[in-house]
Design a protein around this ligand. Structure first.
Ligand code: PMP
Length: 418
């Protein structure tokens, strides 16, 4: 073991959690590959939990960033206007919003996913004058008090140390074509005479990442949007993990044909793994006064530069088409694994590049992921019991990378199901 590894092994704290899953020290990364101190090469099917949808160190973004830095482009400008910020806003409008007929104002809520969720919850409460938020079982929205309050995971909620209030948790459309939960919700809202408070907003992921790759059906999402409209409840889609192409379209909600009032984006938005988040807000509900939701590190200019460059991937349909072809390959592979290895007691979950296998066999997904790591593939597990092993390669991965990854996964399944 290297000397550098000692520093992690001697530390008594949770910061080691990923080190326990991936016990080595990484030095370099490019595209879908990573290397550790010993020079061992790994295939990255983790992609920073969805923060590296374009892979590591994309050459075009890297060049743009280096040019910007060496020409003394402004790094930190708080809320001041900058050319990098203007370019990002223009391109985001032209390449992403306009072609999708979406009309949102762009707000910079702070550097990470939890910041955009906090801003969305605050704004919804301010706009509606109501307090309650409806969230869903197994949803994950972040680690600060507001975003944790809408997170459906009891272990994580306990970490708050205080009661997390003003949130009603409803059953998520757990991959079943069962719309009863929404009928129940609507009956509950109709019963206002008995003291039920109409909530300010509903917040959800269209595909739950941390909660176990549960993909809501499009019908369920449509029906949910209908309820929000009928009752004047704001619909917040947290696209921090499922957005920026992870499910095959820029926004995860596009194929469902819904238009949320507020959208949370972060993770892969900078394109280069830099901290960056936006909150997209329907213009009519842009009600924050200047200074009402601020922060020092909103709108980092380096992230603007790489994020603007990343949008080029979306300029024509080719990228999306390529992602679709590859995601079908991934899905087919997973279905083949479930059939070929019945001992897995597996179920394929998710859509696009946000997929995995849920195994009913306790602990098996973690064993498969650990085995794959030994063979040079990085893969994470998720779900309340870590029952799902997640395939999250960069969207830019090529055929060779996918096939190498598949081979390692199959070998790991074979080794662990006996
Ligand atoms: N929302 C979702 C859907 C997420 O997956 C995450 C992070 N896993 C967050 C919010 C929080 O983002 P961050 O860790 O950047 O605060």
């Amino acid at each position: 073991m290297s000397q550098n590894m000692d520093i992690f092994n001697n530390m008594e704290s949770e910061v080691r959690s990923y080190v326990r899953s991936f016990p080595t020290i990484f030095t370099k990364a490019k595209g879908y590959k990573m290397w550790d101190e010993s020079g061992k090469e790994y295939i990255d099917f983790f992609a920073g939990a969805g923060a590296l949808n374009y892979g590591h160190n994309d050459s075009v973004m890297q060049k743009k960033l280096v040019e910007y830095i060496t020409s003394d482009g402004i790094t930190h400008s708080l809320d001041m206007a900058s050319t990098a910020k203007a370019e990002f806003l223009n391109r985001f409008n032209e390449v992403i919003l306009k072609p999708r007929d979406l009309n949102y104002k762009v707000m910079f809520p702070g550097p990470t996913g939890t910041n955009t969720v906090e801003s969305a919850l605050k704004l919804a409460r301010k706009v509606t004058g109501r307090t309650d938020i409806i969230s869903f079982t197994n949803g994950f929205h972040g680690m600060t008090i507001g975003s944790l309050s809408v997170t459906g995971n009891s272990m994580k909620r306990k970490g708050a140390g205080i009661p997390l209030q003003n949130v009603v948790t409803m059953p998520y459309d757990n991959y079943v074509d069962d719309q009863d939960s929404l009928d129940y919700l609507e009956r509950f809202l109709e019963d206002s005479g008995s003291g039920v408070a109409i909530p300010a907003a509903m917040i959800l992921e269209t595909v739950q990442g941390e909660g176990g790759i549960n993909a809501a059906s499009f019908e369920w999402l449509k029906k949910l949007e209908g309820i929000c409209k009928r009752w004047g409840i704001l619909l917040i889609v947290d696209d921090v993990q499922a957005g920026v192409g992870r499910t095959g379209t820029f926004f995860s909600f596009e194929p469902a044909g819904i238009k949320p009032d507020i959208v949370c984006l972060s993770k892969s938005l900078s394109g280069y793994g830099l901290p960056f988040a936006v909150t997209l807000v329907r213009p009519e509900i842009d009600k924050f006064q200047p200074g009402e939701h601020n922060g020092t590190f909103r709108g980092n200019n380096h992230a603007f530069v790489t994020a603007t460059s990343a949008l080029s991937y979306w300029e024509n349909d080719d990228f999306e088409k390529d992602v679709k072809v590859k995601s079908e390959k991934i899905y087919t592979f997973l279905e083949k694994m479930v059939k070929k290895y019945p001992e897995l007691k597996g179920e394929v979950r998710g859509r696009g590049f946000m997929v995995g296998i849920a195994s009913e066999v306790e602990g098996l997904s973690n064993k498969i992921a650990a085995n794959a790591f030994e063979l040079g593939l990085i893969m994470e597990t998720s779900g309340p019991k870590d029952e799902v092993f997640k395939l999250f390669p960069p969207l830019t991965i090529d055929e060779e990378g996918l096939n190498k990854g598949f081979a390692i996964i199959e070998e790991s399944i074979k080794a662990q199901v006996k």
